[in-house]
Design a protein around this ligand. Structure first.
Ligand code: 9MR
Length: 385
């Protein structure tokens, strides 16, 4: 009998085993994989890379609710070796207050990953950005000894989450703490209580509590005009980590590429590529690995025509991924969405023509687009690591 997961989908292992048995083959693609394309998961794995995507447990049909959709689940099972929760591991989701954890929705995501033999990424132990703190944490009364109370709260959180999910292969320990405009470190209630040591404490605690996991600093700096201070701030932060012996293994390069939020071009010309390599060379020169953690291609400023738009998205993606995978230090490629209608980009920065965006490899009818083929080509070209 085919084993069924808690989500009602047959597990990958069961499907693969069943198909292999009936066809008499060692490795067979599941029936719902696209055409005769090899799975991106297997292509990546053969090169020592982890390929996967985000999914979320928001109510069915909503942005953030992709894991509730059986068609989206099928894509994950067919093509992804890794899974990351879109929101469910954040403080805002896990922590109703200072005393309690609510692991319910995150547990369901973790269970899906286990059912389908997917590696789980952890996003994020500390999104150190005031906008994304839960209200209670912003207003928290740290008492007479704020540094000690901040440390207690933070370490308890990190120990709680890492103990609950010991299978996590890689954690975004700290997310987006460099101010994109100035390059300075952001302030939160925690940093006001503990000082910027809060970041070091987060990494030390994660290393101690999850020695099996790679520890990343994750951010969205890019080559775009206006990102110079952001890149410089991230380099300063990484340098400081190294000098102080803070256990950070990799830089998570979010990779929300395409139309910038500030810069309306969709460029990645030769000069920008050079600029980007200078940044990456500095990062790997300090001994950090790279992870692509949230890849998608914003098409806000591309023409309406699907053929033209999808081609431009795919071309940019292929050049970018080729460059990133040229670094043997890049071990992970995670997408921030597989199907267009679940992309967070639908909810922000509308296109001038009001049309839906097309930033992911599958369209809203779950038909693969040129972006999927571009990713496949890039993974195929990647040297084994
Ligand atoms: O995609 C996520 C969206 O559903 C949430 O509303 C938002 C706030 O929690 O976060 C989005 O994910 C972000 C990620 O956690 C960090 N990097 C940027 C991502 C896109 O905004």
């Amino acid at each position: 009998m085919t084993r069924t997961s808690a989500f009602g989908t047959p597990s990958r292992r069961a499907v693969l085993a069943g198909a292999a048995a009936s066809a008499g083959l060692a490795s067979v693609k599941p029936a719902w994989a696209q055409g005769d394309q090899p799975s991106l998961r297997d292509l990546a794995a053969a090169r020592g890379l982890l390929f996967g995507s985000v999914a979320g447990m928001a109510p069915p049909g909503r942005l953030g609710g992709s894991l509730q959709d059986p068609a989206y689940q099928a894509l994950l099972i067919a093509d992804c070796g890794g899974l990351v929760a879109e929101n469910e591991m954040k403080w805002a989701a896990l922590r109703p207050d200072a005393e309690r954890f609510d692991f319910d929705r995150m547990d369901q995501i973790a269970a899906f990953a286990t059912e389908h033999d997917m590696a789980l990424r952890g996003h994020t132990l500390l999104w150190h950005h005031p906008q994304w703190f839960p209200r209670w944490l912003t207003d928290y009364d740290y008492g007479a000894r704020p540094a000690a109370e901040g440390e207690r709260l933070l370490t308890e959180h990190i120990r709680g989450v890492t103990a609950r999910y010991p299978q996590v292969v890689s954690f975004d320990v700290v997310n987006e703490t460099v101010d994109a405009g100035t390059g300075a470190l952001r302030e939160t209630s925690l940093s006001r209580a503990m000082g910027q040591e809060v970041l070091d404490v987060a990494f030390h605690t994660a290393r101690e509590a999850a020695p099996q996991a790679r520890l990343c600093y994750n951010d969205y700096m890019s080559w775009e005009a206006g990102h110079e201070a952001h890149r410089a701030g991230v380099l300063r932060l990484l340098e400081g980590f190294r000098k102080r012996g803070v256990p950070v293994d990799a830089l998570g390069v979010q990779s929300h590429i395409g139309s910038g939020n500030t810069d309306d071009s969709v460029g990645f010309d030769t000069a920008q590529e050079r600029e980007w390599r200078v940044f990456l060379d500095e990062v790997v020169g300090m001994g950090f690995d790279l992870e692509i953690t949230e890849f998608d291609v914003h098409d806000k400023n591309l023409p309406l025509d699907f053929e033209v738009r999808d081609r431009a998205v795919a071309d940019l993606a292929e050049r970018y991924l080729d460059l990133m995978l040229d670094y043997p230090q890049t071990r992970t490629v995670m997408l921030w969405g597989l199907a267009d209608h679940y992309s967070w980009l639908q909810g922000l920065w509308p296109r001038a023509d009001g049309a839906a965006k097309r930033p992911t490899p599958w369209d809203a009818a779950f038909k693969p687009k040129p972006l999927r083929a571009a990713i496949e080509r890039s993974l195929t070209r990647a040297k084994p690591r």
